[in-house]
Design a protein around this ligand. Structure first.
Ligand code: AMP
Ligand code: MN
Ligand code: MN
Ligand code: MN
Length: 270
């Protein structure tokens, strides 16, 4: 069984619409996929409809939070995409992301780089629920200010870049609460290895359910060690590609096996 528990669509900053993501997942040989867009479940229904009978689609979301002075991403799995609190959060996040995008554009303008909000929308294609930095990176590319998306992050909008503005909407603890209210399990996305063991006890006290352990570019000795740490603490273990489009390779090239994430799948009755 080939499983990918972390994939994005055009509902946030992915390159493909939900149905096209599912098509790519089937072509790539996946059997189970979690659509985990930033701060929205807006793509889940279309993905599930496209997957019906062929591919199991787990409803998911990736919440942008701040924790101990850093950005921390919290995945929510098996959430009810119609739950009121989750939808309320998404509307709030969508508005906050738009305000924050305009702040980043102001910072770029101060550097004599003029990109308009409309340029960002054009770069995004269909209007996403969650406007984000990759859309801005594409706008900078389209306007000729950079030669690649990576250059946009390296020079301007990476976490340490001069035009970066964080989205400080909720704490990790609040994210866990939102996910639980929506009937889901909360999983720490792509934890930084140097922070993980120090932060786990407090996040677990707040109800953290699991840790994303298996990812591309994390070599097996490291991911196995992370998984062992998580299991020793009684946490669920997950894995996913964080695929956003072809610039991340082919969907399905990275996958985890059922054995790697059996307990997590059991929770969802899969
Ligand atoms: P945002 O949620 O708007 O802060 O955007 C974060 C997203 O930008 C991540 O989910 C990635 O898709 C992308 N991203 C962040 N850092 C980089 C980077 N250094 N290079 C390429 N993409 C990045
Ligand atoms: Mn992203
Ligand atoms: Mn993330
Ligand atoms: Mn992600």
């Amino acid at each position: 069984m080939r499983i990918d528990l972390h994939v994005h669509s055009t509902a946030s900053d992915g390159s493909y619409a939900p149905a096209a993501v599912i098509q790519a997942a089937r072509a790539g040989g996946l059997h189970v996929l979690a659509l985990a867009d930033h701060d929205t479940v807006g793509g889940v229904a279309a993905a599930q409809a496209a997957g019906a009978g062929a591919l199991h689609v787990i409803p998911a979301i990736e919440l942008s939070t701040h924790h101990a002075g850093n950005e921390l991403h919290m995945l929510g799995y098996y959430v009810d995409p119609l739950e009121a609190g989750l939808l309320r959060y998404s509307v709030r996040a969508s508005g906050a992301r738009e305000v924050r995008m305009r702040e980043m554009l102001d910072r770029l303008a101060a550097l004599n780089i003029t990109v308009s909000f409309d340029d960002v929308l054009v770069a995004a294609g269909p209007k996403p629920d969650s406007i984000g930095r990759p859309h801005l990176a594409r706008a900078l590319l389209q306007r000729g200010y950079v030669q690649s998306m990576n250059e946009a992050f390296d020079r301007f909008i990476g976490d340490d870049g001069p035009a970066f503005v964080p989205t400080r909407l909720i704490t990790a603890d609040q994210a866990i609460e939102i996910i639980h209210q929506a009937g889901g399990v909360a999983v720490w996305a792509h934890p930084r290895q140097d922070r993980m063991e120090a932060e786990l006890p407090r996040l677990q006290e707040s109800g953290l359910d699991g840790v994303e352990c298996f990812r591309p570019r994390v070599p097996p000795p490291d991911s196995d060690r992370i998984a062992a740490t998580a299991r020793a603490r009684g946490l669920l273990v997950t894995g996913g590609s964080d695929w956003h489009g072809e610039w991340h390779g082919r969907l399905g090239d990275f996958f985890v096996d059922r054995d790697d994430v059996a307990q997590f799948l059991d929770v969802g009755g899969i």
